[in-house]
Design a protein around this ligand. Structure first.
Ligand SMILES: NC(=O)c1ccc[n+]([C@@H]2O[C@H](COP(=O)([O-])OP(=O)(O)OC[C@H]3O[C@@H](n4cnc5c(N)ncnc54)[C@H](OP(=O)(O)O)[C@@H]3O)[C@@H](O)[C@H]2O)c1
Length: 304
């Protein structure tokens, strides 16, 4: 889809907003960066899409149009990973509906979760996710918040052998879970870890991210904007000029580039239901990344 087609899809008023954030100077790369999933060698783009709250909606005609624009832009700007959960209300159903209407399922990497106690209940939950997502194979299922993790993980391994899922994983969103995650990473072999990691919540980088690299586990960074709280910290602050050194044009790109500059991170999954924010976030996966010295400067800038 061209920028003009995207603008048409989104509608006159929002369309104009697409242009400034995405504008790149001549000679600058416009290709989304990718990282490799260690257990398979498959490549994923570094910016994905979270769906908590953003896609837990009733699809009125207006919202459908807006979210179709979000998903079309996501795909056309190089996105692949969409993360959901049975815990996110209508989100799985909305993804299934929109991706099948747009005919884009096969181009996406669909990740969801299992969040329940007991083997049978876990199986029922995953069958329901398949049906809501309107797919015969889910790319990744993760044990949500480590609930009944050993039982659910055993089923995930069986489903992977049967080809019903392609990858297994575990997820949490609180730094308090890091020591349990560390133990699990040492005792089990799973493909993905999803964890909170951002300028606001950097704790995973101490032990868990290096361990993930050592154990060959792909890492999805959730809550990349601290559920939006990071924007409050910079509300009246201008973006410093030196951020241009790593092709950064907005605070969203600043937050995302800091995350994906850590080589342990496979992909970050900011959530939005707005085409303009989606485009902004996707630009966070393009161009140069901050080196370790600049990353420290970025941390200092936010320590106020
Ligand atoms: N495994 C777990 O336990 C767990 C826990 C939490 C989250 N997650 C996953 O991680 C995803 C992301 O985390 P999150 O949803 O908590 O929050 P987040 O992505 O850190 O932040 C989302 C917030 O940032 C705003 N935003 C997004 N892009 C923006 C931009 N370019 N400029 C300004 N504001 C922007 C959004 O508002 P707008 O909608 O207005 O853009 C929303 O309020 C979730 O959706 C979910 O898929 C997993």
């Amino acid at each position: 889809m061209t920028r003009r087609e995207a603008a048409k899809l989104i509608g006159g008023t929002t369309a104009g907003l697409l242009l400034p954030i995405g504008a790149r100077s001549a000679g600058e790369s416009s290709t989304m960066l990718t990282r490799t999933i260690p257990s398979s060698g498959e490549k994923l783009s570094v910016i994905g899409l979270g769906t908590w709250r953003a896609l837990d909606v009733h699809l009125s005609a207006d919202i459908r149009r807006q979210l179709e624009a979000v998903l079309s832009l996501f795909l056309n700007l190089g996105g692949r990973v969409i993360d959901s959960s049975p815990m996110y209300g209508r989100a799985e159903e909305v993804i299934g509906d929109l991706t099948s209407a747009l005919g884009i399922r096969d181009k996406l990497f669909l990740a969801t979760k299992v969040w329940t106690q007991g083997k049978q209940s876990g199986i029922q939950s995953m069958e329901r996710s398949m049906s809501l997502l309107r797919t015969r194979r889910i790319d990744l299922i993760q044990v949500h918040n480590l609930v009944d993790v050993h039982t659910q993980f055993a089923t995930l391994q069986e489903w992977k052998k049967q080809g019903r899922i392609r990858y297994t994983g575990i997820t949490h969103y609180e730094s308090g879970a890091l020591s349990e995650i560390e133990k699990l990473m040492r005792s089990q072999k799973f493909d993905f870890l999803q964890i909170n990691y951002s300028l606001m919540e950097p704790e995973a980088q101490e032990r868990v991210l290096p361990l993930a690299q050592e154990r060959g586990v792909a890492v999805i960074a959730n809550r990349p904007f601290g559920a939006g709280d990071l924007f409050d910290r910079v509300r009246s602050k201008p973006l410093p000029d030196w951020t241009a050194e790593f092709d950064c044009r907005s605070w969203a790109q600043f937050f995302l580039k800091w995350i994906i500059a850590n080589p342990a991170i496979t992909c970050a999954i900011p959530a939005t239901d707005k085409p303009r924010h989606l485009e902004d976030n996707m630009q966070g996966g393009i161009g140069r990344l901050p080196d370790p010295k600049i990353r420290r400067r970025m941390v200092e800038l936010l320590s106020f």
